[in-house]
Design a binder for this molecule. Structure first.
Ligand SMILES: NC(=O)c1ccc[n+]([C@@H]2O[C@H](COP(=O)([O-])OP(=O)(O)OC[C@H]3O[C@@H](n4cnc5c(N)ncnc54)[C@H](O)[C@@H]3O)[C@@H](O)[C@H]2O)c1
Length: 336
């Protein structure tokens, strides 16, 4: 019995190590940008929020290789410059379009400052976009914050709801005119499967009465889905589509607010190398929804691993989606 248990544990450890090693060398990464997709995004301008790290950065890299001109909407210019430098070097090494503007901006990277925790910053960013950008083909609402301690945005909103939902709500609304004039165009929203554990508790949207960091993350990700479905309804007939996705569990720094005891960290790192997706793998559904001709005209849908998936009824409740839209308009101060 004891021998069998030890053998099973050794086999599990061996399997984990083998999987971790395969992931470490990038084995098995399925990418969409190769072959026939190489020039698919030529002439297209894509805005990605939170593009200096994790999924946003991997999405930027993939779309640059497909010939897009990418605008990185980032809080910290210095960190964004560093990420952009690396992206340019990687692009050169991969033989992608030469960085720097050509006739249609293929492979060009532009950094613009955007803090989604400040409605003032979102408004200033959009004003700059409207003044400087003649077109916007794809908006990817990717930035996010996960299970942080209770804090408020500059405007006094609970941070996860403020950044993940309200900041992107205002951003998208202020850029809709540009997206419409560039149609056919697309909005891609990065949500999470954890939406299942959230609820839109209208009586305490700001979490003044109680704060549960995991509930608030899930609520913000449910809000992302309800927002997508209501926006899709409002955009019918405009040739601007909007879809939402979950990327899977991805090895990024999103969990920076989660405390993992020092002794457990090596085991956690090993398990994450073995079982979590790499950022490149995690980015594929964002890349798919931003670029694939297969989803031309598809709107209001929820995707995972580049396939449409079913939603729980609470994420399809139209009356909740409309009420959330109306309340969000008031919260961000959009005048009708
Ligand atoms: N990593 C995962 O397993 C996972 C799973 C499901 C969903 N997601 C979602 O994927 C998205 C990207 O996360 P990630 O895993 O790449 O993590 P990440 O921490 O690497 O990226 C998040 C990005 O958002 C930016 N950001 C945070 N607050 C901001 C603010 N106030 N203004 C502007 N930018 C801000 C960060 O600077 C960072 O670039 C998030 O929306 C997250 O909720 C991730």
């Amino acid at each position: 019995m004891a021998v069998a248990t030890v053998a099973a544990l050794l086999a599990a450890l061996g399997g984990t190590l083998w999987l971790a090693a395969r992931r470490f060398v990038g084995a098995g990464v399925q990418r969409l940008h190769g072959g026939g997709n190489a020039g698919l995004m030529h002439g297209k301008t894509v805005l990605i929020t939170g593009a200096n790290s994790g999924l946003g950065r991997a999405t930027a890299a993939e779309l640059l290789r497909m010939g897009a001109r990418v605008i990185m909407g980032c809080r910290d210019r210095a960190r964004a410059e560093e990420a952009a430098g690396q992206l340019r070097r990687d692009l050169r090494q991969a033989g992608g379009p030469e960085p720097g503007p050509d006739a249609c901006g293929a492979g060009e990277l532009v950094i613009k400052e955007l803090d989604l925790a400040s409605l003032r910053s979102v408004r200033a960013f959009c004003q700059e976009m409207l003044q400087e950008e003649p077109r916007l083909d794809v908006l990817i609402n990717n930035a996010g914050i996960f299970q942080c301690p209770y804090t408020k945005t500059e405007d006094g909103f609970e941070m996860q709801f403020g950044v993940n939902h309200l900041g992107h709500f205002l951003l998208t609304n202020l850029l809709l005119g540009l997206l419409k004039s560039s149609a056919p165009s697309r909005v891609v929203v990065v949500s999470s499967k954890l939406y299942k554990y959230g609820d839109i508790n209208f009586e305490d949207l700001n979490s003044e009465q109680s704060y549960n960091k995991s509930f608030c993350y899930s609520r913000s990700k449910l809000a992302n889905i309800l927002f997508t479905r209501e926006l899709a309804r409002r955009l019918e007939g405009t040739n601007v589509t909007v879809n939402v996705l979950h990327p899977g569990i991805v090895r990024t720094n999103l969990g920076r607010h989660i405390h993992i005891p020092l002794l457990v960290k090596p085991l956690f790192n090993l398990l994450s190398w073995a079982f979590f997706k790499s950022p490149v793998e995690g980015a594929q559904t964002s890349v798919y929804l931003a670029s694939s001709p297969e989803v031309e005209g598809v709107s209001g849908k929820y995707f995972g691993d580049c396939k449409e998936e079913e939603l729980l009824p609470k994420a399809m409740d139209e009356s909740v989606a409309r009420k959330l839209w109306d309340i969000s308009e008031v919260m961000v101060g959009i005048l009708k």
